[in-house]
Every structure is written in C-alpha cells, then in structure tokens.
Design a protein around this ligand. Structure first.
Ligand code: LFR
Length: 489
C-alpha cells in the first residue's frame, strides 16, 4: 500500500510531537514518531519559549518521519498569540515570550487608552485575554529589540520560515492577534494604523491549504526528507485544527476542544460582533474556509496539570489514574471554583490558589488530592455549561450535542460531568483532533479529501469515539451552577 503520508508537527504548551498520518478514502492512521518536552525558561525579563529546542525537536521528529517512509508534505500547528520578531536580515530578535508571562496586564491598559475595548472588538471580534498579541506588542515596544524589528511571525509561521525561508501569516492564527479584521479576514490596516504599528511588520496572509515553500537544503540534509518536500500551511492555530477535525454531522453541534485550555463554542458562518457578545467576552477566531470559531477560553486541564506539578515538586507523584479514581469517590459538589479566575493563569502552586479562592468564597479546602481533582473537574464541567449556553444564546442557536475533543476527551469523569451539567449528549474524541486536523488539511490541499464535511465524515468513520448521555440529578448541577456564578470578563 502506498497511501500518502503527511507529517504533522503539533506543538503544545508542555510537549511537542511529530506525527505521521496515512490517509486514504477509508483510512486515517496516525503514528507518533517523536515527542519532546516543551519547557519554558524564566529569564530576568520574563518567561520565554525555548524556541531553539522546539525547532531541534521538530527536526529530530521530521528525521524520524523520513525514516518511517515517504512523506508527501509537512504542516505545523502550535498554540496562538505568541510570536518572534525578525530584524532586516531575517534573524530572530530574542526568544519569544510565553503568553503566561506576567508583563501584559499594564500593557493592555496602554492599548485600551488609545483604542477602546468597543472599537477593538468591533473590528477584531477577539475576546479580551491579557496576552493577546496586540497587548504583548505594547509591552515589547519599550525594548531595544523593537527598533530593529522588521517582521512579526507567529510561532508556527516562525518555524515554517526556518524550514523553508518563506515568510507568511496563516489566517487562523493571525485572527488571534487582535489586529485582524473578523469580517474581511485580512489584517486590519485601521487598527494597525490607529495603534501606531508599522504595517510592514505583518506578512502576507496564507489560507489553510496554501503552499508555504519547500524545505531548505540544510533542513532536507539533516532530516533525510527529499529536497523539494513541500510545507503546507494548515490551520496553524491548534484550536482551529482541532475544530476542523470535530466529527460532527449535525448543524446544532457545540464543541469543547479540551487540553491545557478548554475552548468551548460554536462554528458559525459569520462573526457575532454585538455589544452583548463583547460584554460576554466571546471571541470570533477564524476557522477553515472562512468559518468563525465563536468561543471562549476556559482555563482547562491546566488547573489539573499544574496541581500535579505542584504535588510532584512536593515529593508526591500520584498517578493520573489514581487521582481520577479518588476524584470519583470524593464528595460531589464539595467545592466549586470559577476556573476562569485570573489568579489561576500564571505557573505556580495551584492547590494553594484553589484553597485561597475556596476560603474567599466561604468554602472549605479539599482534604486530599482526590478532592482537588473533583473540584477542578466539576468546576470545568460547570464552566463548559455556562459558556456553551451563553454562546448558543448570543448566536441564536439551539444546541443538540457537544463534541468534546482533544486530550481531555480521555477523561471519562469530565466527559460524563459535562453531559450531566449541560443535559446534552456528549460525543468524546478524537483525543488527537489537532493532529488529525493538521494531517487532513494537508490531505485536502493534495486532493485526497474534500471539504470540511468530508473530512469530518472520515474522522467519524475511522476514529474511536465514546458517547455519554446525561445522568444524575439535574437540580444538583443547577445549584452548583449558582455557586459558579456569572462569567467573568
Ligand atoms: C490552545 C490555545 C488557545 C489559545 C491559547 C494561547 O492551545 O491555542 O486557543 O487561546 O492556546 O495561545
């Protein structure tokens, strides 16, 4: 069999992977050929991505992919908003900042003083997150590097540039900068000008599926991939790739792309830019084929991951399976937190922050790890409910089903509780939605599959999915939802 194979580079907040995907009309098989750690580094001036080790990990992975057989093309996706600046020689100026770095809060005030939140939203349709690129840039402007900067490349575009020497900005990710026009799908010259940024910093846009150059000779030599191997622009924002691979067939579906973050929302044909939508802090990020990812960021599995890192630092290392079993036995609704409380954003001791929030809201802190995990997962299920119900209201939609994709879809408690809290059926999986989306966009660009409806059918036919129906006492979830309170902005 010589079905085409595509290499997907998928970088997440804690690890990077290179995955090969073999695609035929009735098969879709992923193989992880290389995984490497993504360990941010704290420098005196802030928290940075170790982009050289990510690049090297990607090259090692591409070499492993080449050894496994012929590769038709390469595609790269990562998280959103973060970027590198290039000087006039095309050299990278310093290490990209991590979106969890603390320097952005005051920078966003400076931006909002020039261009009000309403004006920003009316054009970009972007939710307010302190780390949106537009705010990071305001913080960057006071540095010496800024003077030398000629080109801004978002993380996946930077890695594509190092592979191929070509410069571009892929639209799904460009839409998370705050400088992109949600209606036209192009850079917003108006906002860029209003904020006094150089228009020439922002490269020409690429749509998912566009060619993004071919491997440079030294890359081809190191990896063993043939000279001329194309790199294809995919939906380079990981969330956009994941949404493209949601195995939905009915129009009223909602999705939760659940990993480090839970991105919960709807796929729409046009942005919702109303004042109500802004006040509810919903985002209109770009999807494949000009669709809109209408969603909100929920703090996600970060809460659990960061609890586990804290317990490990303290010498305990409870297994995830053990923690989940303890959580299943812990008392229901003993403790509810708002996952979106900004105190949870930065890295650091998570159980203590949960304690502080619980004490502050008159609740008792859990007495063991299982209690914390139960608190986190029930609170996330409640946040999924709050967000999806509001999204449906604002977009004028009825919800019929939730597709929960990403690593979090392996967590049976979270899937069941999301069904129970919302009263909606949950289809869980694929866990590898992002990598699948990356592979399928390449396959589509190379003529192997049709549009999104086709690719979604292929995912539904070939990937393992689990189904959850709502159970338990809906009233208990209603009461817990009252304790969660309204969404923050
Ligand atoms: C998920 C994600 C979210 C984005 C956040 C920060 O991995 O890409 O969509 O808001 O990371 O970039």
């Amino acid at each position: 069999r010589h079905d085409p194979v595509f290499a997907a580079v998928d970088l997440g907040a804690t690890s990077g992977r290179v995955i090969t995907g073999r695609v035929s009309p009735d098969e879709l098989v992923l193989t992880e050929v290389h995984r490497f750690a993504n360990t941010p580094v704290r420098l005196p001036d802030g928290l940075r991505w170790d982009v050289l080790s990510l690049y090297q990990g990607m090259l090692d992975g591409l070499r492993a992919a080449a050894r496994s057989g012929p590769v038709t093309s390469v595609g790269i996706d990562t998280w959103a908003v973060d970027y590198g600046l290039l000087d006039s020689d095309g050299a990278l100026l310093g290490l990209p900042f991590h979106y969890r770095d603390g320097r952005n809060a005051s920078a966003s005030d400076a931006v909002l003083a020039v261009c009000g939140a309403q004006e920003l939203y009316a054009v970009s349709g972007l939710q307010h997150l302190p780390f949106n690129t537009v705010f990071q840039l305001a913080a960057h402007r006071s540095t010496a590097q800024w003077e030398a900067a000629r080109t801004l490349l978002l993380m996946p575009d930077l890695l594509v540039y190092w592979l191929t020497g070509t410069v571009g900005a892929e639209v799904t990710n460009a839409s998370t900068t705050g400088l992109f026009d949600a209606r036209t799908g192009t850079w917003s010259d108006a906002l860029i000008g209003r904020l006094g940024l150089e228009r020439s910093l922002f490269p020409p846009l690429r749509e998912p599926g566009d060619p993004a150059g071919t491997l440079l000779p030294h890359v081809s030599e190191f990896t063993g991939l043939p000279a001329g191997t194309p790199v294809t622009a995919v939906a380079s924002h990981d969330t956009a790739s994941a949404v493209a691979a949601v195995p939905a067939s009915e129009p009223g579906f909602a999705y939760v792309s659940c990993g480090t973050w839970s991105l919960a929302g709807l796929e729409l044909d046009a942005p919702v830019l109303s004042e109500e939508s802004r006040a509810a802090n919903f985002t209109n990020e770009r999807g494949v084929d000009g669709t809109v990812r209408y969603l909100r960021n929920i703090m996600g599995m970060w809460l659990l991951e960061e609890c586990r890192r804290t317990w490990e630092r303290e010498g305990g290392s409870p297994s995830l399976a053990g923690l989940l079993a303890d959580a299943a036995r812990a008392r229901p609704f003993a403790a509810v937190i708002d996952p979106d409380d900004p105190v949870f954003l930065a890295p650091g001791d998570m159980p203590s922050r949960i304690d502080a929030v619980l004490t502050g809201t008159g609740q008792a802190p859990p007495d063991g790890p299982g209690g914390y995990v139960r608190c986190v997962l029930e609170s996330l299920a409640l946040a999924h409910r709050r967000t999806l119900r509001r999204a449906a209201q604002l977009a004028g939609r009825e919800l019929s089903r939730i597709h929960l994709v990403g690593g979090g879809s392996r967590n049976e408690l979270l899937c069941q509780w999301t069904a129970d809290a919302t009263g909606l059926p949950v289809t869980a999986g694929p866990a590898e939605a992002t990598a699948l989306g990356n592979v399928l966009l390449q396959a589509r660009a190379h003529g192997l599959v049709g549009g999104t409806a086709d690719t979604r059918r292929l995912v539904a036919r070939t990937q393992e999915l689990r189904h959850y129906t709502p159970q338990g006492d809906p009233g208990a979830w209603d009461r817990a939802a009252d304790r969660l309170g309204p969404a923050r902005v």
